[in-house]
Design a binder for this molecule. Structure first.
Ligand code: CTP
Length: 405
């Protein structure tokens, strides 16, 4: 992404909806509000509006085919993907939304959408029955879970005569959404965010350990959201099967003590610390040097407490924003408020792990954000990526408040 360019580049994807003609107005307004616009069209869109119109409006060549090379020798989809500060798809058809959700790369637009690291905004336009269809809504949720944002269609009469929700949002709404999304890509620029994620494994002998059911999904989603806001992200990760988001610096650890050391080494240089890790509270007092053989007798393991990483560093947090998580099974709010005070936090995100869709190993969560000033903000059940986005926005506000003090 080209954060350093004064003029942000918007790649505008135009797909084959009757509303394709309105993309010309969107392109013009985006340019008027100070953006460079580069248009990519699907084949179907070119049957409704000529690429020449967009080329004339934007002053840039329009790309349709994956093999189009407006600048000889430069692979267009990679170059455009890198140049984009934001990819806006307006109007987006049900078909394109499905292709994006599936990760297909069968034309220029879908290929570019896979290759870019810029935020993607989608403004759908289709028949109301299609928009309401469970298949379309499932694809929308899949994309939202990956951080893609939607500019919802409005109510009205369609070209086909049907009435309902499905009309492309109006141009000012789309332009405003682009501006707000772009602003967010920079609101943590220059801020180093340190995140712990995943479980810790506490060895018993060379083959056994004490662990927990944390998958790391919440922490990795927080890392992704912080990156999307322009932060420099350091992720201290316990053992997980997840691929860290590109652009993060990852420090891999196994045990709580290793995680503690890694956090201590990184804490001074960060401005925000978010502890999402499910740290094992206890470890075996002694790690056996060889595998313990099975016997007919019982086995008592003596456990000793691990350091409370979050509480230790939060005691000397200074101007930093320090955020904790609390996974509870009862009296969630009460326990979270207690942890917030005891650990000297600015914010704690609490969830009831016994609630359906809200525990370990699932892709969704229902968080309540509890602030040091007493505010309580319950969030609905949503994907972990969306929870992470809310959390990061809360952190941005706290940072702004702190800087104004
Ligand atoms: N945490 C930590 N180090 C530990 C234990 C917890 O950094 N040894 C952090 C977690 O990453 C989380 C917060 O503290 O952000 C709360 O974790 P949780 O397990 O809910 O709380 P505990 O303090 O361990 O309390 P309890 O298990 O008794 O509920």
């Amino acid at each position: 992404m080209c954060y350093n360019l004064a003029v942000p580049t918007i790649v505008l994807g135009v797909t084959g909806s009757v509303a394709a003609y309105r993309a010309a107005d969107v392109a013009r307004e985006l340019m008027r509000s100070g953006h460079v616009v580069r248009v990519v069209m699907t084949r179907a869109a070119t049957r409704l509006v000529s690429p020449d119109l967009f080329a004339a409006l934007t002053g840039n060549p329009v790309v349709v085919d994956v093999f189009d090379e407006p600048v000889p020798g430069q692979i267009a989809h990679i170059r455009l993907a890198q140049e984009a500060d934001l990819v806006l798809i307006a109007p987006a058809t049900a078909h394109t939304i499905a292709r994006l959700a599936l990760g297909l790369a069968d034309d220029m637009l879908t290929t570019l959408a896979l290759a870019t690291r810029a935020p993607i905004l989608i403004a759908p336009a289709m028949n109301p029955a299609m928009w309401a269809h469970p298949a379309v809504q499932a694809h929308v949720r899949t994309l939202q879970a990956r951080g893609v944002e939607f500019i919802d269609p409005t109510y009205g009469v369609m070209a086909c005569g049907d009435e309902g929700w499905g009309k492309l949002a109006d141009t000012p709404t789309i332009v405003q959404a682009v501006q707000q999304r772009l602003a967010r890509t920079k609101d943590l620029q220059g801020v180093r965010v340190l995140i712990t994620a995943g479980p810790t494994y506490e060895p018993i002998d060379p083959v056994r350990f004490i662990g927990n059911r944390s998958s790391g999904k919440m922490g990795y989603a927080v890392a992704e959201a912080a990156l999307a806001h322009g932060a420099e992200v350091v992720l201290i990760s316990g053992p997980t099967a997840l691929q860290p988001p590109a652009g993060t610096r990852v420090v891999r650890v196994q045990t709580a003590q290793q995680m503690h050391e890694a956090v201590l080494a990184e804490f001074d240089a960060c401005e925000v610390f978010i502890a999402t890790a499910a740290v094992a509270d206890y470890r075996p007092e002694r790690v056996l040097p060889t595998k313990r053989k099975r016997t007919q007798q019982g086995w008592t393991l003596r456990l000793v407490p691990n350091p409370d990483i979050l509480a230790t560093v939060a005691q000397r947090k200074g101007e930093r924003i320090v955020v904790g998580f609390a996974a509870e099974t009862d009296k969630a709010l009460q326990h979270a408020q207690q942890k917030l005070r005891q650990k000297n936090l600015d914010l704690i995100a609490v969830n009831d792990v016994l609630e359906p869709g809200s525990g370990f190993e699932v892709d969704t969560n229902r968080l309540t954000l509890v602030y040091a000033d007493g505010r309580v903000e319950p969030l609905p059940l949503m994907s972990k990526r969306e929870c992470a986005e809310h959390l990061i926005r809360a952190v941005v506000h706290l940072l702004q408040e702190k800087r104004q003090q």
